[in-house]
Design a protein around this ligand. Structure first.
Ligand code: X2X
Length: 354
């Protein structure tokens, strides 16, 4: 009896050790890499830096994170970021749903043309069941998602002429990001899309190899695209680009439960700050945003409901094709969430960016 009791205790001790060992076996790294695609001066960059700073401070330096902006950890190729993260080449990232859509096709949801109607509808997706489902997809790929941030609603700019109708885009050469959905949208609108990384895009705009691009206003301003001839901007809010704060699974598992809590809480706080900065037009300091652009020689065009509808109609076949590719169930859930939101807030439609 006594002998058996002793053996039982050993068994329990071994079992406990087995639980504790993997964490103990993986020591903390001296420094963790944190990747982002744009410049550190963007809202995306500032929010990410805040995450790193809060974690370093709250863990008393146990988790020491270095931010690597401008996609340098992937040699500029932003579409490889998620794979590098999965493989542990990168420890952490705050990445765009567009850039990661090659690994997670469901992320193309936010790029379905004209699905979204303002910030509230975007929040209804990321903060609701759709957001949770997308986080499960990320988890399944061996990456730990912690919080949603935001690059922003993407606006179209070019150096040639004002765009108020699909015909205005005919023949113009646009840089598009790395999902074929964007090629389809721009082709449907009669334009000539070319896929490039963001670094290549800035160079191609400067040398006038392309006529235009599409990005949120904060990215436009950070890169000062007005100084490379991008004189026409159309506010069309055709897609939005949420970003996700994540950690590689092995790295996450190597941290103590307390440290994981610190990293998660800091991600949530930093993401909240980041979204506030990204929605510059809602900030008092950002009220003059559009006027500032005009003062720098950028002609800003806004679409009225009829004009917007022509873009919706022209891109409808693309929406239908990609709805099937993203997953009909998920898209229908998203459509219902957008509809419910617009009924509950009675937001009219276009221009309700609150
Ligand atoms: O490449 C872009 O256009 C950017 C910076 O917005 C993304 O990373 C999706």
């Amino acid at each position: 009896m006594r002998n058996q009791g002793w053996r039982g205790l050993v068994g329990v001790a071994l079992a406990l050790a087995a639980i504790a060992l993997p964490a103990a076996a993986q020591p903390y790294k001296a420094e963790y890499t944190l990747s982002i695609v744009p410049d550190g001066g963007t809202p995306w960059g500032k929010g990410t830096q805040l995450w790193a700073d809060m974690v370093r401070e709250r863990t008393q330096g146990r988790i020491n994170i270095r931010l690597h902006p401008n996609a340098t950890l992937m040699g500029g190729d932003q579409t490889r970021e998620f794979t590098a993260l999965r493989q542990g080449v990168i420890d952490m990232a705050v990445g765009s749903t567009i850039n990661w859509s090659s690994a997670i096709p469901e992320f193309n949801l936010f790029s379905l043309p004209f699905l979204l109607r303002g910030y509230r509808s975007l929040d209804a997706l990321t903060q609701g069941e759709v957001g949770r489902e997308l986080f499960r997809r990320v988890e399944e790929q061996g990456v730990v998602p912690l919080a949603w941030g935001e690059n922003g609603f993407r606006q179209v700019t070019n150096s040639r002429r004002a765009i108020r109708a699909p015909e205005d885009m005919r023949g113009l050469r646009f840089r598009v990001v790395g999902s074929l959905l964007f090629n389809d949208i721009f082709t449907a609108l009669g334009a000539v899309p070319t896929q490039m990384t963001w670094g290549e895009a800035i160079r191609a705009l400067r040398s006038r190899k392309i006529d235009g691009q599409e990005n949120p206003i904060t990215i436009f301003n950070n890169a000062r695209l007005d100084t490379v001839g991008q004189r026409y901007l159309t506010v069309w809010d055709y897609v939005a680009d949420p970003i996700v704060f994540v950690v590689n699974r092995q790295v996450w598992d190597s941290w103590s439960p307390q440290d994981r809590d610190i990293v998660r809480d800091a991600a949530v706080e930093a993401a909240r700050f980041e979204v506030t900065l990204a929605r510059e037009d809602l900030l008092t300091s950002g009220q003059g945003m559009w006027e500032n652009l005009e003062a720098r020689g950028v002609k800003v065009a806004r679409l009225n409901p009829e004009q917007r509808q022509r873009f919706v109609d022209a891109t409808r076949p693309v929406y239908v094709k990609w709805k099937a590719l993203v997953g009909r169930d998920l898209v229908e859930k998203a459509e219902a969430a957008v509809r419910d939101e617009s009924i509950s807030s009675k937001s009219p439609s276009l221009g309700t960016r609150k």
